[in-house]
Write a protein that binds this ligand. Structure first.
Ligand code: ADP
Length: 157
């Protein structure tokens, strides 16, 4: 984990999501926004009250894969969290939440989330438009292809 050094005045940011799985679309957001921050924490959300032991193992595996995909970015770290995203941001000293936007549906969802998070915690959300080549890429699409036995490696880091 990289800690904020005394002469680094850049803010800390949180990139929360399910990342199930972490796709090239997610990676591209991380690569493009990481230089803005002293530290970018990718946080895999889960529900503490509902997650089974198997799901928890799956989340730990997901974290290892994301760590491998971001190993060349020293200010990026990966962890899991349960609970409100803004609470996790405050715990980490993060003043921004980063999210990605593919289309109008994402935009409307992210706008509402950003409004709520600003209202309850004063935390601003930075939205990054996806690169055109990833605009139709979603974790759910990858999961569905995987379910039917299709090779999904072209969509993953
Ligand atoms: P959540 O369950 O919180 O929506 P996801 O893992 O699906 O978590 O997505 C995390 C963030 O990454 C969201 O802001 C989502 O809009 C964004 N995202 C997902 N896929 C892409 C993509 N292909 N390009 C850019 N951003 C994406």
């Amino acid at each position: 984990m990289t800690h904020k050094s005394a002469d680094d005045n850049r803010p800390v940011a949180l990139f929360p999501g399910s990342f199930n799985p972490f796709t090239l679309g997610h990676l591209s957001i991380v690569e493009r926004c990481a230089p803005l921050f002293s530290r970018l924490v990718i946080a895999v959300g889960y529900n503490k009250d509902k997650a089974t032991a198997e799901e928890m193992a799956n989340i730990d595996e997901r974290i290892i894969k994301i760590q491998k995909a971001t190993i060349n970015m020293p200010n990026v770290s990966v962890q899991k969290y349960s609970g409100l995203t803004v609470d996790e941001a405050k715990t980490l000293g993060a003043t921004f939440i980063v999210r990605g936007v593919r289309d109008v549906a994402d935009f409307e969802y992210e706008r509402r989330m950003a409004d709520v998070n600003r209202a309850i915690a004063g935390i601003e959300t930075l939205l990054f438009f996806t690169l055109p080549q990833y605009s139709s890429l979603s974790s759910s699409m990858v999961r569905e292809l995987e379910y039917f036995g299709h090779d999904v490696s072209q969509f993953l880091p």
